[in-house]
Design a protein around this ligand. Structure first.
Ligand SMILES: C[C@H](O)[C@H](O)[C@H]1CNC2=NC(N)=NC(=O)C2=N1
Length: 103
């Protein structure tokens, strides 16, 4: 049984509409958003995200910058395509970022 099934382009557009500030990259195979916040606060948000990912057993690539935290999500087990798991994780990250007042 696959880890999760890839979403259709229509499903991706519908779910993306509920994630303001997030965009598709890599030919529609990856969800991305860069949050801007002070370095230490970005690191704390990354720690919060790591906890969510452990809970969901689904993981983003996080890049901590000087005053940014960049998030990239795809489902490796689906051949690096977008699945419902990616959007579920992105929705949880968006809620966490709001709580951390990340812009
Ligand atoms: C065994 C475990 O469920 C898998 O390795 C999971 C963990 N987290 C994952 N995260 C992501 N983004 N893609 C995966 O394919 C994936 N696989």
């Amino acid at each position: 049984m696959p880890y999760a099934d890839p979403l259709s382009p229509q499903e991706i557009e519908q779910r993306l509409a509920d994630l303001p500030g997030w965009e598709l990259s890599d030919e529609g195979t990856t969800l991305r958003r860069t949050y801007r916040l002070a370095h230490l606060r970005a690191a704390i948000l990354a720690l919060h995200i790591a906890g969510i990912q452990a809970e969901l057993d689904h993981h983003s690539d996080l890049t901590l910058g000087y005053d940014t935290l960049a998030v990239a999500i795809t489902t490796h087990a689906a051949g690096s395509r977008l699945t419902g798991k990616d959007f579920g994780l992105a929705e949880r990250i968006a809620a966490a970022a709001l709580a951390h007042q990340a812009g």
